[in-house]
Design a protein around this ligand. Structure first.
Ligand code: HEM
Length: 179
């Protein structure tokens, strides 16, 4: 395993790309469901759903790359001055975010398979998730889990951003490792 002081360039690129994707997926997800609940159907609602599904599925695919990168490359070590408990808390939060970044899109994909509503941007169809039968009640349950996971992910992301800002203000070198 290679040891580096900064995260490798590809890792940093993937981090910021996925940060942008997740930070748009959450508000778009909330906006499109609010429009659907208010029965505001039309081109905009359709586009929001289609782009949400396409970008969300891309997050799932990118997570395969990201997990492989994490397994193969070792990130830079934390500075010795950083308390052990804080290091463990940071690692725990990162692992939990990885879990939610896999489960959230998986449940979204399962939901659109059960519904079924697999069409995305430009009329392109996502593949159906294997072994997931069709059914309204099943789809509703899967979407409810998807929404709860997405909100939990949003809370963790907010904590992660707060911690990043703290490191930025303290200039302790942690934030610079990812830019
Ligand atoms: C990290 C990836 C994802 C995030 C953060 C995310 C986030 C969200 C959020 C915040 C909502 C609103 C939930 C609510 O109002 O209760 C939502 C709804 C939805 N998402 Fe995702 N999503 C992701 C991936 C996906 C994927 C991969 C698909 C499908 C391929 C998908 C399909 C949907 C659909 C169809 C809804 C509406 C569900 C309903 O009408 O109840 N999402 N998502």
């Amino acid at each position: 395993m290679s040891q580096v002081q900064k995260y490798p360039a590809g890792w940093r690129l993937l981090h910021w790309l996925m940060a942008l994707m997740v930070l748009t997926l959450i508000p778009i997800g909330l906006w499109m469901t609010a429009r659907a609940e208010a029965d505001i159907w039309g081109r905009l609602t359709d586009t929001l759903y289609s782009s949400h599904k396409a970008v969300g599925f891309a997050v799932l695919l990118l997570m395969i790359v990201r997990i492989s990168v994490k397994i193969w490359l070792k990130g830079p070590p934390y500075p010795d001055e950083m308390p052990r408990k804080l290091q463990m808390a940071a690692k725990g939060l990162h692992h939990l975010m990885y879990v939610l970044l896999v489960l959230t899109p998986l449940f979204g994909w399962a939901g659109v398979t059960a519904y079924p509503a697999l069409v995305t941007l430009g009329g392109y169809h996502l593949p159906a998730m294997p072994f997931v039968p069709q059914g309204d009640q099943l789809a509703a349950r899967l979407f409810a889990i998807h929404g709860a996971l997405a909100i939990s992910l949003g809370v963790l992301v907010a904590g992660h951003i707060t911690a990043a800002f703290r490191h930025m203000i303290r200039k302790d070198g942690i934030f610079r490792r990812m830019i």
